[in-house]
Design a binder for this molecule. Structure first.
Ligand code: P6P
Length: 336
């Protein structure tokens, strides 16, 4: 029996704190923006062709980089719903205040990476949107401020991603399990396809850019060699899978079991990934699915953020695999 995202949200509304339709309004904004981005991403190559006549495409719209396009679409959809008083985005240097009658009394803030891995679009590889939702901590009706955005990941009330892959999926949690919806463009509907997703306790897929090997912490080097040992366990040797698109690698490992690692490197001594709108939402989701997410020494969700765009090392996936790499990082940290 087909169950749509809208129906599922209403069904689960009681799970969302202070529910008075807030969850449905928030997630319906994400749903709308996701549909619009799906449409543009799925014809990105054509966009270039249509845009050959200067900067104007066949619809008379100015050609935009898709991550800027996605940022504008999600911002507009969230502002139009009135529940959100401000957003932070990888595409915005500062947080954006929604200063209008409708949004000023909004109780929520949203942080997002509107199109993660957008450089993959040129080579037709999956990309994703990642979002994180908090209840504001400053008084409703006052102007949203930085402290509303710099909350530890443990305080998230909802989080999710959209993966624009062989199919487009919206996967989210409100703290009551992780649920996946597959988009049917012929109906214009997200349909429940993965209810209550759980990640396997252990796995044999490791996802890391081994090109940075020489600059990894010693414990990470030891972990990579452990994965490659032929007979360290019945699962060995592990399989290396690295798409170069965080949401895609995360989604595959969530379903099959595995670990994604982005350690500190020479170029990015704090790691490359952003704490607030990449790591925290995915950490919330993986914990809700029975997995773990660490910065190498503590759960990512416990980090007290200090700035909007701060980075963190990120180890996320099956709990036994995250434990193993954490233990090796701690065991060999004197050699870093
Ligand atoms: P590297 C894409 O730019 C991204 O933010 C993630 O989607 C991806 O996992 C990672 O960076 C890839 O980074 O340094 O391996 O190319």
């Amino acid at each position: 029996m087909l169950r749509t995202l809208g129906e599922f949200i209403v069904e689960k509304q009681k799970d969302f704190p202070h529910a008075r339709g807030e969850l449905s309004a928030l997630l319906s904004a994400v749903r709308l923006a996701a549909k619009i981005c799906h449409r543009e991403i799925n014809k990105a190559g054509l966009g270039d062709i249509m845009g050959e006549a200067g900067e104007i495409n066949a619809q008379g719209e100015s050609q935009k980089k898709l991550d800027v396009f996605a940022n504008e679409r999600f911002k507009a959809a969230l502002e139009a719903r009135g529940e959100v008083c401000g957003i932070a985005s990888e595409e915005e240097d500062h947080f954006v205040i929604f200063d209008n009658e409708l949004s000023r009394d909004g109780s929520y803030v949203v942080l997002m990476d509107p199109l993660d891995g957008s450089s993959n679009i040129d080579v037709n590889v999956s990309v994703g949107t990642i979002f994180s939702i908090y209840k504001r901590v400053t008084p409703v009706g006052s102007s949203v401020s930085m402290e509303d955005f710099l909350q530890p990941g443990r305080k998230q009330v909802a989080a999710g991603y959209v993966i624009y892959g062989s199919s487009t999926m919206l996967v989210y949690t409100t703290g009551n399990g992780v649920h996946g919806f597959t988009y049917d463009p012929s109906l214009g509907l997200f349909c429940l396809s993965h209810e209550n997703m759980r990640t396997p306790d252990d796995g044999n897929i490791y996802s890391i850019n081994e090109g940075n090997y020489h600059k990894f912490p010693m414990g990470v080097k030891k972990y990579i060699k452990y994965c490659q040992e032929p007979d360290a366990s019945p699962r060995h040797p592990y399989t290396a899978r690295y798409i170069g698109s965080l949401v895609s690698d995360f989604h595959r490992n969530l379903i099959k079991g595995g670990i994604y690692l982005y350690p500190p490197t020479a170029k990015t001594p704090k790691g490359k990934l952003r704490l607030l709108y990449e790591c925290n939402p995915l950490a919330f989701m993986i914990e809700q699915a029975g997995g773990k997410a660490s910065d190498g020494s503590q759960p990512v969700l416990d980090i007290q953020p200090e700035s909007l765009h701060q980075r963190t090392p990120f180890y996320v996936g099956s709990p036994k695999m995250v434990d193993k790499v954490e233990n090796l990082i701690q065991e060999f940290k004197e050699q870093d």
